[in-house]
Design a protein around this ligand. Structure first.
Ligand SMILES: [Zn+2]
Length: 485
């Protein structure tokens, strides 16, 4: 994600301390996240920040989400079909769903009983599901999605959002469950398919490739197929009055952009540089990982952008090139290669932010990368910030990840040299493509490519509150304050 207010090129950086209420997913009041017993799939993956996200006992392969949407009232109605494989014999399992009304559930065509406990939708199939066997669950539901609150963000919440004649979906990290029942954690990626019916004067933009648009009376059904495995927080459906612009990227990559009609020509021109951006980023990070790319300019909504897979969404003011580079970089870092737990968010954000500096280094747009790193290092040495490798839920989107992250990557680059640094990045995106990995995996790859022991280096940058020196830039570590008394 990119918060426009946080990461403007000026140094008006403010650590966010919104007093937002605790997300129910962090509270774990009513349900303990436990490992499976008695054929019950567990209620969560024990993610250190969001223990109830995801569910044990099965792996989702595919989601088909079929919804009728009334944009004016934000009412949705339809069903989701979830194809999964049981990991163990299951007499009961959970999906994550926040709000909405569930009117019926079928498992393998048979009516199933179910109940709600907070964000957990607990399902008891008519027959116990056998280990290593595929099964299909269909959940019929309706209602008006309500955003999922997230501590630390200065917006009401995340997920499916409605603003007059516009719907946009930005769900990082917990929001996807406000519009479809899912296994809501990046450790279980799946392909997605969306069939969204809206009044004919709206346009739908979703992840993947637009397969068809069918007219049904005064409505149209848009069918998108996203064939690359995707974490639920990266799924997106956007509905508005958009101009659609199609381009062709490197290797015939289809690119589709959605702009509100009032979008200025200079903004559209910026997006037309996407083929050049993809070419450059592919040189740094390896081949572009997905089947297509594009973007949605919302022209409204929260002042943030999200790297929703193959189709970033840009809320608030119209985005500049830096934000576009950031969200494009996430397709490699965070989307194709997911971080194993939310504590490791730096494995996405440090790279997306550092790529913005690499871009300015290449294009010479905003001074040299040395000046940029010095400026942010100076800022960090004064500003209190959380641990880069363990920022806590309330500072997930704070300076520790977004500013110390890219500074640390530059320090690593100076420490091991360009060849080992970019070799590590390319090995990372190819080794863990369409998968997930953690800090230990990244450190191991960097050690392998540099033939160095980097344990101390990473310990200092990731898990120590003191800001390490960058000797190669002559940036000494800030002096620790003398304890008083
Ligand atoms: Zn980001």
């Amino acid at each position: 994600m990119y918060r426009i207010t946080l990461l403007a090129t000026s140094l008006t950086l403010v650590a966010c301390q919104s007093p937002a209420p605790l997300d129910s997913s962090t509270g774990a009041d009513s349900l303990e996240s436990t490992s499976s017993t008695d054929g019950y799939g567990s209620a969560g993956y024990d993610d250190p920040y969001f223990p109830l996200l995801g569910n044990g006992g099965y792996d989702v392969e595919h989601y088909r989400i079929v919804l009728d949407v009334d944009v004016a009232t934000n009412h949705i109605e339809g069903f989701a079909t979830i194809d999964a494989v049981a990991d163990e014999d299951l007499s009961r399992f959970n999906l994550d769903l926040s709000g909405l009304e569930v009117s019926g559930i079928r498992v393998n065509g048979e009516s199933a009983s179910f109940w709600r406990e907070g964000q957990e939708l607990v399902i008891v199939p008519a027959m116990t599901l056998s280990a290593n066997t595929p099964f299909q669950t269909t959940v019929t539901y309706s209602g008006m999605p309500e955003v999922v609150p997230l501590p630390g963000l200065p917006i009401p919440g995340i997920g499916w959002m409605h603003e007059r004649e516009l719907i946009i979906t930005m769900s990082e990290p917990t929001g996807a469950m406000n519009w479809y029942p899912c296994n809501n954690h990046q450790l279980d990626k799946a392909t997605h398919e969306f069939e969204i019916t809206v009044a004919s004067d709206y346009v739908v933009a979703a992840n993947g490739i637009l397969n068809s648009v069918q007219t049904r009376g005064d409505k149209q059904r848009y069918h998108f197929v996203a064939s690359d495995p995707m974490a639920t927080y990266l799924s997106t459906v956007n509905i508005g009055r958009f101009d659609v612009e199609e381009l062709v990227g490197p290797n015939e990559l289809p690119l589709t952009f959605y702009f509100p009609p009032a979008t200025k020509e200079e903004i559209r021109e910026g997006f037309r540089r996407t083929p050049e951006m993809i070419t450059t980023l592919s040189e740094w990070f390896g081949p572009y990982p997905f089947e297509c790319y594009g973007g949605v300019v919302a022209g409204a909504g929260p002042p943030a952008a999200l790297e929703t897979q193959t189709l970033p969404v840009y809320g608030g003011k119209s985005p500049g090139i830096g934000v576009q580079i950031h969200e494009l970089t996430h397709q490699w870092f965070g989307n194709s290669v997911s971080f194993e737990s939310w504590r490791d968010l730096w494995l996405a954000e440090a790279f997306a932010s550092y790529a913005q500096w690499l871009w300015t280094e290449k294009t010479g747009d905003e001074g040299s990368i040395v000046e940029t790193v010095e400026r942010y290092y100076g800022y960090l040495s004064e500003a209190e910030h959380e641990l880069m490798g363990d920022p806590g839920v309330e500072h997930l989107f704070g300076l520790g990840v977004y500013v110390r992250g890219p500074v640390a990557l530059h320090a690593l680059r100076l420490e091991i040299g360009d060849e080992a640094f970019f070799g590590t990045l390319k090995a990372w995106t190819s080794t863990f493509k369409n998968s997930a990995a953690g800090a230990k995996d990244f450190i191991a790859l960097a050690e392998q490519h540099s033939d160095r022991d980097l344990a101390e280096f990473f310990e200092a940058w990731l898990y120590s509150s003191e800001l390490p020196a960058i000797p190669a830039m002559n940036l000494p570590a800030p002096k620790a304050e003398e304890p008083e008394g």
